[in-house]
Design a protein around this ligand. Structure first.
Ligand code: ATP
Ligand code: MG
Ligand code: MG
Ligand code: MG
Length: 459
């Protein structure tokens, strides 16, 4: 089954069970300053769960575009290193707002996987929260699942959108990709491997966590589920990595062609193919590269992609050229992407050109610093100089260091950053134009510092 067919099959299945199909919302959460980006299918329904936004339905289903590159759910550092994480992905979900609860949610999900998609039961593994005897009994007594492929976990089976908001215990379904792949079952010491891949999370929404951390009961117990389209597509297409599914194969082929690198399994090429999706959709939804907040996250992703392309030998601007291939792949399901194509290309090209001016010099400085290292730790002053003068976000330097098995002196970097802020304040007291002095290689590297979602945007 192709990705688009799975998306349709899911929405049709839930529509046939009384769910209203709701189109994907923007990646920029509407009226919600607590969250950087829409990171799950439930985000647009947050106020519905809280009883503040009555709708004409109590059952809904959606394929929601999500970005996890900052805040509570941040997978940016995983991309290129695991088979299952993207910065941008689509979450298929079904929701009950005070309508059905655990029993039906579990029945719907199990039937969809085993009957609609025809997945063999012995390839699936189920988890519930340690405290949730009710869910365990439903799985054992009513679904008849094999107790040998079942675990009760703690934090992994409690889901929350962010530090505040709707949350509750959950039950998750994993797919076993077979013994050829390294990794243990959920709850085992080597669960982080890619053998057992989590495909679906069923959240039993019961609480609203407030700013003090209290769990207040929701007006009515509700259901929120999320299944990663790319992960289930990998299962259905008999491949292990998300990057081998139909949707990514075309993007990877385009990236290979544009960059001039022919191995589509190279991690850096996968990073580029992943990042074009988040960057293009973020611009579609109105985010522009900047030095703070959401815009700084976008800038970091673009620079990370450009650096990986550069590593593969790309010279000159390449990233914006991938928008055409993305449009071909996803423009039909997302007309807003197609409509914004020219704007996305302009924004990405401008940002690439700007970073290209400092990337090479910065890489040279970094290579020299690494060559003269006496330990396996990169010093804070070098990280700061790369950041301040060459526009290398902290995580970009960290990504390069990870490839070389080096660690970063993060405290030293923050000390250098603080020292600069003190200097900047002193300079402005004397009326000096400090930001003009930072202009180097045609770029003003540091113009702001902003705090959003509890995360300092400069790191
Ligand atoms: P993981 O443990 O693999 O990081 P998660 O527990 O963080 O996943 P949830 O928050 O439960 O994920 O999200 C629901 C579903 O969304 C997951 O079961 C998975 O199928 C999908 N998903 C989550 N994060 C990603 C990602 N970064 N890329 C692709 N799919 C994802
Ligand atoms: Mg995760
Ligand atoms: Mg998980
Ligand atoms: Mg999960």
């Amino acid at each position: 089954m192709k990705s688009a067919e799975i998306r349709n099959a899911f929405l049709t299945y839930y529509a046939n069970h009384g769910h209203t199909i709701v189109p994907s919302s923007s990646l920029v959460p509407h009226n919600d300053a607590t969250l950087l980006f829409t990171n799950a299918g439930m985000v647009p329904f947050k106020d519905v769960f809280l009883g503040r936004d009555p709708r004409g339905y109590t059952r809904a289903t959606s394929a929601q575009r999500c970005v996890r590159a900052g805040g509570k759910h941040n997978d940016l550092d995983n991309v290129g290193y695991t088979a299952r994480h993207h910065t941008f992905f689509e979450m298929l979900g079904n929701f009950s707002f005070g309508d059905y609860f655990k029993r039906e949610a579990i029945q719907f999900a199990w039937k969809f996987l085993t009957e609609e998609l025809g997945l063999p039961k012995e390839k699936l593994w189920v988890t519930v929260h340690v405290s949730d005897d009710e869910a365990r009994d439903i799985w054992f007594n009513e679904m008849g699942i094999d107790q040998a492929r079942f675990s009760r976990l703690d934090e992994d089976n409690f889901w929350q959108m962010g530090d505040t908001g709707p949350c509750g215990p959950s039950s998750e379904i994993f797919f076993d990709h077979g013994e050829d792949v390294a990794g243990g079952p959920p709850g085992s010491p080597d669960e982080d491997g890619d053998r057992y891949i989590e495909i679906w999370n069923l959240v039993f929404m019961q609480f609203d966590r407030d700013a003090e951390g209290n769990l207040n009961p929701l007006p009515k117990p509700s259901i929120d589920t999320g299944m990663g389209l790319e992960r289930v597509a990998a299962v259905m297409q008999g491949v292990h990595s998300n990057y081998e599914i139909d949707l990514f194969q075309n993007l990877l082929a385009a990236a290979a062609e544009i960059i001039g690198h022919d191995n589509t399994a190279t991690p850096s090429l996968r990073v580029v193919a992943d990042h074009i999706r988040s960057c293009a959709f973020l611009v579609t939804d109105g985010v522009l590269p900047s030095n703070e907040g959401r815009g700084y996250v976008l800038r970091r992703i673009i620079r990370r992609a450009v650096r990986h392309g550069h590593k593969l030998g790309a010279r000159g601007s390449f990233f914006h050229k991938l928008v055409a291939a993305l449009d071909a792949e996803m423009g039909e399901a997302y007309p807003e992407l197609r409509a914004a194509r020219a704007q996305i290309e302009r924004v990405l090209l401008k940002e690439e050109e700007q970073f290209a001016r400092t990337l090479e010099h910065g890489m040279k400085l970094l290579e020299e610093a690494i060559a003269s290292l006496e330990s396996n730790t990169l010093d804070g002053d070098t990280i700061f100089k790369l950041y301040d003068t060459y526009g290398f976000p902290y995580d970009l330097t960290a990504d390069i260091c990870r490839e070389r098995e080096l660690v970063l002196d993060e405290a030293g970097f923050h000390a250098a950053l603080d020292a600069q802020r003190v200097r900047a304040r002193a300079a402005s007291n004397f009326g000096g134009d400090y930001s003009a002095k930072l202009e180097l290689d045609g770029e003003t590297a540091f113009t702001g510092y902003d705090q959003l979602d509890g995360e300092a945007s400069v790191t």
